[in-house]
Write a protein that binds this ligand. Structure first.
Ligand SMILES: CSCCC(=O)/C(O)=C/O
Ligand SMILES: [Fe+2]
Ligand code: NI
Length: 179
């Protein structure tokens, strides 16, 4: 189940829910799009093209709606050679100059979004689409033993470009440490 926990900037939880409608509603108040797509049967370790073909209609809709020009598939597994480096990179609070659009094909990851005096921690799981508005401060934790596949859509053909804020706020909020 997807989980949303909303905190004050001091780390005090003020809302916790697993109800998709409540999650979507709470995130919509800060301009974050959240929806759930029907899952598609995919063979384990399906290649990027197979993943994109399985979700061609949803990806095509988003591209038509928002002009995304580049799409990639990121797959993280515990034996990925860049696990540690990528975990640290995404864990550093950053912004993007365009919306951050991610669809979880499988697995999970913890997005933490900062909006004025509230912090929204969204544990995204298979079937979840999240779109973080351009310029929103956020970080992402894949956890110490990551396992997820996500479709990423970009307007900029250069793909993933981040502007790090240098703020260590992520150190003050829960990481994704599954039991
Ligand atoms: C879930 S896709 C990997 C994380 C990512 O692309 C990003 O920008 C996190 O903030
Ligand atoms: Fe990001
Ligand atoms: Ni990101």
């Amino acid at each position: 189940m997807t989980q949303l926990t909303v905190y004050t900037l001091d780390g005090e939880p003020v809302l916790e829910t697993e109800e998709p409608a409540r999650i979507a509603g709470a995130l919509a108040t800060i301009g974050v799009r959240f929806e759930q797509w029907p899952s598609r049967a995919l063979p384990a370790g399906a290649a990027q093209q197979a993943v994109l073909a399985a979700f061609a209609s949803e990806v095509g809709r988003l591209k038509a709606e928002n002009g995304y020009r580049a799409v990639d598939v990121i797959r993280m597994t515990p034996d990925h050679p860049e696990c540690g480096t990528l975990r640290s990179k995404f864990l550093s609070e950053h912004r993007h100059s365009e919306d951050e659009v991610r669809f979880f094909v499988e697995g999970e990851g913890l997005f933490t979004l900062r909006d004025e005096d509230r912090v929204y921690a969204v544990l995204c799981r298979e079937g979840d689409l999240i779109s973080v508005p351009a310029g929103m401060r956020h970080w992402f934790d894949m956890g110490p033993s990551p396992r997820f596949t996500a479709i990423r859509l970009f307007v900029d053909p250069a793909g993933w470009v981040a502007n790090f804020t240098g703020d260590a706020i992520a150190d003050r909020f829960p990481r994704h440490e599954p039991a």
